[in-house]
Design a protein around this ligand. Sequence first.
Ligand code: 13P
Length: 237
Amino acid sequence: MLIAGNWKMHKGAHEARAFAARLRHLPDRATDVDIVVCPPFVALEAALQGLGSESRVQVYAQNVHWELEGAFTGEVSAPMLLELGVKGTIVGHSERRQFFGETDGSVARRAEAALEAGLVVIACVGETEAEREAGETEAVLGRQVPVLPEHERLVIAYEPVWAIGTGKTASPELAQQAHAFVKSLHPSRVLYGGSVNPENAASLVAQPDVDGALVGGASLDPTAFDAICLAAAKTVA
Ligand code: 13P
């Protein structure tokens, strides 16, 4: 069971350090849950410092480039992340696909390079509201998922775009159905993302093909994130 908090463009270094210090001992209470936070690039080191060397909470980035170094203004490479102590990265978040021109091809390249370098990769997939209404969910997933490399360190996050930041969570049944479909295309673990909160987390992660959650808004609040991790721990116990 993996619970990852995607902080998106929230929390600078100062806030990240303090927040991470509060989370440091959470894995002792949420046993059997792998807990991850994904701060912005500039706050990665501060989050690691706040957690200290003993904590089992891991720090992932929100994106990574496919080259090791070079003339790629604004990008960060996998070796740079590993040097800091970052253990993984998100790739292909729908916000990157929607606002920054990310494509299935570029997502696959980022994922491949990060896996090869030794990072865990959370690759995001999911349909928009218009695609779901047009009955295209499986076609979209059928395009986004098979291009992802098969690797033991690859994790897929099913994040229906209409459920992100909207409060419109997928029902546990709908999430289960989509996850089962993703798993029919790819052998990796699948997290659910989209308006996960302390109230709905348990019923979502209790579904047989839901292997954890990628949490946005609710991961910014220490009490809510704590509650989500504890709810997840109860479903594994
Ligand atoms: P919310 O939990 O804020 O809906 O965001 C989900 C998400 O995009 C996580 O990557």
